[in-house]
Ligand binder design. Structure first.
Ligand SMILES: *Cc1c(COP(=O)(O)O)cnc(C)c1O
Length: 473
């Protein structure tokens, strides 16, 4: 045994936390088990996608409208100012050492300056640099909530909140978003979920997967609920300012006078560098609610990984100052063009109900499942879309929702067009019109096969059914 271990041990020469385990009789066989923490940490998207039968049609190349990485298709690239900034940071040799765990003062000052508004000033001390926005969310969730407490998150919503919380034994409760109201929060439902163990409300605006952008009034309504119940908010604003022409993004904290908010964002989506892993937390304290414990908690937790990547921190001031507005405008214009195209085409498609997005990079499409009786769930619908048309969209299930699928809007326009045409063809192949839509059909049809025959002759569908293709595979 190395001599030094004696210095660190207690009387039994074991770390206090490990005492119980260490004192148990050791059996000398290999039995290396994963931790409880690891066992309770999982990303539902991964397991859902892994459980899907995804065999693309052999004659059609695959178009993945599923991947939330805007760089994957090569059409969207970071601006040269961003690349120059990282080159300068690298060659300066100034950013090779450890930074403070919350980030270099200069980089935090740049973020503070970027976000400061008259109604919600941000000081460098209010900024914590993180390894991507998900790490920012991790620190926020784990600093405000303990095992057995709960946080509220949107449904449909991004699964990372649940992955992070449940790993720590923190429960998640889902408040509903309303598709008929452009995915606004069901405010009554949200408030009804708050209990004595609620530690925070997660608000994601603009939204993944919905593409919704909330009005100032709606955000004020959410803030009023938080204020009445004294629950802080974790604002996932990774798509901040990423809104379509004519829409306005309101940072939640600019509207809050009494609700303390932890806002999370980063370079990932808007600056088109997800792999650089640079995110941040803005601590928007109100009435010193966060001063006594939460600031310290965030600081402590930032020590777990000893801070984020220093080269990107070094580049951050230049990135934030030198990236021209035209770069963001160009990216948004491409995404918006795809959004409009997809919305118009899918809206005209029988049995589909897309909800027009106002920002971010996604579109949610409702499926009128009663018109697609072949499929028990949207999950099966999406699977078959892959096997027949080689187009892959994430099923609503990935966002704890049903009867919807999400399409990603960052693909090149040509691929978007092809994918949309394939989705439309697929829908026409499988859509069963309402009885009243099929003229002359008065009796209930006996079997599915009979129903298909009826459809073959119905005027609504005849034009769309490729004669060569078998209906059943
Ligand atoms: C992509 C995304 C994140 C995670 O961003 P990273 O910086 O890559 O960790 C967080 N929240 C939402 C809603 C996202 O879509």
């Amino acid at each position: 045994m190395p001599e030094s271990s004696a210095t660190y041990g207690n009387a039994n020469n074991v770390n206090v936390i490990g005492t119980e385990i260490a004192l148990q009789q050791r059996k000398n066989v290999w039995n290396v088990r994963s931790s409880e923490f690891a066992k309770s940490t999982f990303n539902p998207i991964r397991s859902i996608v892994d459980s899907m039968k995804l065999e693309p049609h052999p004659e059609k190349y695959m178009i993945a409208l599923s991947i939330g990485d805007p760089t994957i298709f090569g059409n969207l690239k970071p601006h040269e100012a961003i690349i120059e900034a990282i080159q300068n940071a690298t060659t300066s040799m100034r950013f090779n050492g450890y930074a403070p765990t919350v980030g270099y003062a200069e980089a935090r000052a740049a973020v503070a300056e970027y976000y400061t508004t008259p109604s919600s000033p941000v000081s460098p001390n209010d900024v914590i640099l993180c390894s991507g926005c998900s790490h920012a969310l991790d620190l926020c969730i784990s600093s405000v909530a303990s095992r057995g407490q709960n946080i509220l998150m949107p449904r449909p919503g991004f699964s990372i909140y649940r992955t992070l919380a449940n790993g720590y034994g923190i429960n998640t409760k889902h408040y509903n978003l309303l598709p008929e109201k452009s995915w606004e929060v069901d405010l009554d439902h949200l408030e009804s979920l708050i209990d004595k163990n609620t530690a925070a409300i997660v608000v994601n605006n603009p939204s993944n997967p919905c593409g919704s952008v909330y009005s100032e009034q709606h955000l004020r309504d959410i803030l009023a609920i938080a204020e009445r119940n004294c629950v802080p908010i974790i604002a996932d604003e990774i798509y901040d300012f990423f809104v379509f022409k004519g829409e306005v993004f309101h940072p939640l904290a600019t509207l809050s006078t009494n609700v303390p908010i932890l806002s999370c964002s980063g370079l990932t989506k808007r600056f088109l560098v997800p792999g650089w892993r640079m995110g941040w937390i803005l601590i928007h304290d109100r009435n010193n609610v966060f001063a006594s414990e939460i600031r310290g908690a965030l600081q402590s937790l930032s020590q777990r990984i000893i801070g984020s990547n220093t080269l990107v921190q070094g580049a951050l001031p230049e990135i934030l100052r030198n990236t021209p507005q035209s770069f963001f405008d160009d990216t948004i214009a491409q995404v918006q063009a795809n959004a409009e195209l997809a919305y118009e085409k899918l809206r005209a498609c029988p049995g589909l109900n897309p909800v027009a997005p106002k920002g971010a990079m996604y579109l949610m499409v409702g499926i009128d499942m009663s018109r697609y009786p072949e499929f028990a769930t949207e999950f099966q619908f999406v699977e078959r879309l892959v096997s027949e048309q080689s187009v892959f969209c994430l099923p609503g299930k990935c966002f704890e929702y049903h009867d919807y699928f999400r399409i990603v809007l960052t693909v090149p326009k040509e691929q978007m067009l092809i994918a949309l045409d394939r989705i439309i063809e697929f829908c026409h192949m499988h859509y069963i019109p309402d009885k009243v839509e099929t003229l002359g059909l008065t009796e209930m049809v006996e079997s599915e096969e009979d129903e298909r025959m009826e459809m073959e002759t119905s005027t609504t569908l005849a034009n769309y059914r490729p004669t060569s293709q078998a209906t059943k595979s």
